[in-house]
Ligand binder design. Structure first.
Ligand code: HEM
Length: 429
């Protein structure tokens, strides 16, 4: 894997080229400057806090993601990623109910393919395109509820409920349960990011357990009385395992896949929509370019906010052998962090990466949806809901203004997800 060297290898494997903790306030608020300086000096380094090896450069991330034999996805993020491992009480709560087995995100070839084939069609482009009027209707109904006078808290009023309502409908979960979906997703995201103290982690484990109990009750309901929704589809289709006869998916497989579909797209889509509004509300020129442009301009905007905000800053792998990446020897069994957010700031791929450039050639080269066999299965859905969301917002309002001091920007403290906690804006008709 020692590839063509664009920079001198990082000899000091314990170097901390970021210069700050990846969980520090200044880093989570805006990691861009740290990325730009570290990319040129240490595109691969070991994070002292977690022991994880970060891969930062665009080409190296792609190479590593491709080599699934050396860089395995078979990890339990909560147990493996953080130095202190999983708290015993958290482990006990998580061990109850229907346990989730490795299907998509945490599975390797060849098994990964057998599950991925089942969900590839779920959000295929033609299905997603047909959802445009329905998505616009949800976006419009959310805007109808914005306060008539004064600022709106954009995340709770729009950026969060839009993707949550859509995934609830698609799964076949009643809309009254959308708040639960948000609550469970938040809990699982906080568990994965080891957010908060021990008590919060235990609370999150209980909420995660509630989510699998609920999903299981829905599975049982759909098995008896299938409807037109994803849960019913997954309950009724035929799975072709590598080592046995074709059969329906079992309980553990169903809960694993459904949990990923329920959680994976909520926080990330919310954070992209909120991140896009954060830029739009402060940049009238950007808004003018969108108004002057066509649908392609809008689509490039979506790609640019996915790139620049990078709501999923990175993902994890474990090495199955000693391996040399750009002069850094990563030992067998080490945790590796593919830092997609940094790859999105690699100026050998993205000229002037700090700028939202609506004429950027190849705007889809960003790594926000990952790369290789695990590339996000929900990407077409996410792209469309972000696109439709902004199209409706631009139709309904003339301009947007930040209703808070940009210095008060408050961001979730999370190892690999990036998102604002709140965003007050004035929407001017
Ligand atoms: C802006 C929104 C989204 C972002 C940034 C995002 C990001 C990602 C990334 C980076 C991966 C690859 C993980 C890896 O490298 O190991 C991934 C995988 C995945 N995503 Fe998304 N995602 C988004 C929306 C969604 C949506 C809407 C869904 C489903 C409703 C979804 C479901 C999944 C699933 C099931 C996987 C696992 C695929 C596999 O391992 O084969 N995502 N996503």
């Amino acid at each position: 894997m020692a590839g063509s060297s664009q920079t001198e290898p990082n000899q000091d494997q314990t170097a901390a080229p970021l210069g700050v903790s990846a969980m520090s306030d200044e880093f989570v608020k805006c990691p861009h400057a740290y990325y730009q300086s570290a990319l040129s000096t240490a595109p691969v380094f070991q994070d002292q806090e977690t022991g994880m090896y970060w891969i930062m450069r665009h080409d190296l991330i792609k190479q590593v993601a491709k080599d699934t034999e050396t860089f395995s996805s078979r990890i339990d993020v909560i147990a493996d990623v953080y130095k202190d491992g999983m708290d015993p009480e958290v482990a006990e709560i998580r061990g109850g109910g229907v346990t989730r087995i490795a299907t998509l995100l945490t599975q390797d070839p060849p098994e990964h393919r057998t599950y991925r084939d089942l969900v590839n069609m779920t959000f295929a482009m033609d299905k997603v395109l047909a959802m445009r009027p329905y998505m616009a209707e949800i976006a419009n109904s959310l805007i109808d509820e914005f306060p008539k006078d004064g600022p709106v808290e954009f995340i709770s009023a729009f950026a969060a409920p839009l993707p949550v309502t859509i995934i609830a409908d698609q799964l076949g979960v009643p809309r009254e349960r959308a708040d639960n979906i948000k609550d469970w997703s938040d809990a699982i995201v906080d568990l994965l990011g080891q957010v908060g103290d021990r008590e919060h982690q235990i609370d999150c484990a209980r909420r995660e357990r509630a989510s699998s109990d609920y999903l299981f009750s829905e599975v049982e309901r759909c098995r008896k009385d299938p409807k037109q929704n994803i849960i019913s589809d997954l309950c009724t289709l035929t799975y072709h395992p590598l080592d046995g006869e074709p059969r329906p998916l079992n309980d553990e497989e169903l809960i694993s896949i459904l949990t990923q579909l329920m959680v994976a797209g909520n926080e990330t889509s919310t954070n992209t929509i909120a991140g896009g509004m954060w830029y739009l509300a402060q940049d009238p020129d950007l808004l003018a370019q969108l108004r002057d442009g066509d649908e392609r301009t809008m689509k490039v905007f979506v790609e640019e906010i996915l790139r620049i905000w990078s709501p999923n800053q990175g993902q994890f792998r474990r090495t199955t052998r000693d391996v040399d990446v750009e002069g850094v020897i990563i030992p067998k069994g080490a945790m590796v962090h593919l830092r997609y957010g940094a790859g999105n700031f690699d100026d050998s791929v993205f000229t002037d990466p700090e700028t939202i450039d609506l004429s950027r050639p190849k705007p889809r080269q960003h790594l926000t949806f990952g790369t290789g066999i695990h590339t996000c299965v929900g990407a077409p859905l996410a792209r469309q809901e972000i696109l439709t969301g902004f199209q409706v917002l631009l139709d309904r309002f003339n301009r947007f203004e930040l209703a808070e001091d940009p210095a008060d920007l408050s961001v979730h403290r999370h190892y690999n997800l990036r998102g604002l906690t709140k965003l007050h804006i004035n929407c001017i008709e």
